[in-house]
Design a protein around this ligand. Structure first.
Ligand SMILES: [Zn+2]
Length: 209
């Protein structure tokens, strides 16, 4: 079982996000955010916003184009709709983080599986948005850390078993002051959360602290 490397610097926050839970925080420019998949195979629906201008939010398509890849991995920079660097992946135990699958909602769970009402990332995001004065109009296509959505030769896509093992992590360096928002995916109809939603750990630290 992988153990994340020790953190050097001043820890600002160290939080366990319970299964199906949600979390958000400001991450100052130059600080780092570690997300640990404590039990493995857990999808992390993630959005970030420029803390000084929330209209300047994460832009999935521009991030894919500028990085030239469908997946987020080591070295990927997340870009905003104004093409400002927001966060960069500086450590990654997994290598494939989804950019296109988006978040689950009661509506799509009913449409695809006729099985909803067990929580959703959309509901989590909207609840967490209220802390920052954001509304559903601020929702954007999100990153799914640890979720694996490969593309077939004819464009086939769906969530597959996440590749993350217990204790795998990703570290993101904030390239601007950001508001980072996580929905710990409650999905049970597909493998986005390994059919078993489980806890995450979120750590923010100042490497210079
Ligand atoms: Zn979800």
């Amino acid at each position: 079982m992988p153990t994340p490397p020790a953190i050097t610097g001043r820890i600002i926050e160290d939080t366990v996000i319970p299964a199906r839970g949600r979390w958000s925080a400001k991450v100052a420019k130059g600080h780092l955010l570690r997300i640990v998949d404590v039990e493995g195979k857990q999808g992390v629906d993630f959005l970030c916003y420029n803390a000084n201008d929330v209209d300047d939010r994460y832009a999935a398509a521009d991030t894919m184009k500028i990085n030239g890849n469908l997946f987020v991995g080591l070295g990927t920079t997340l870009y905003s709709i104004n093409c400002n660097p927001m966060m960069t992946v500086v450590a990654d135990r997994v290598g494939f983080h989804d950019t296109i699958g988006g978040c689950c909602s009661d509506a799509v769970n009913i449409k695809r599986y006729n099985n909803a009402g067990h929580g959703s990332c959309r509901a989590n995001f909207l609840a967490e948005f209220k802390k920052w004065g954001l509304t559903q109009k601020d929702y954007a296509a999100n990153v799914n850390f640890f979720a694996y959505v490969p593309i077939g030769p004819k464009g086939e896509m769906d969530f597959r078993d996440p590749l993350s093992e217990p204790g795998d992590h990703v570290d993101l360096r904030a390239d601007m002051d950001v508001i980072a928002i996580i929905s710990n995916c409650p999905q049970i109809n597909n493998p986005a959360a390994g059919f078993n939603p489980s806890p995450l750990q979120a750590v923010i630290w100042d490497p210079e602290g």
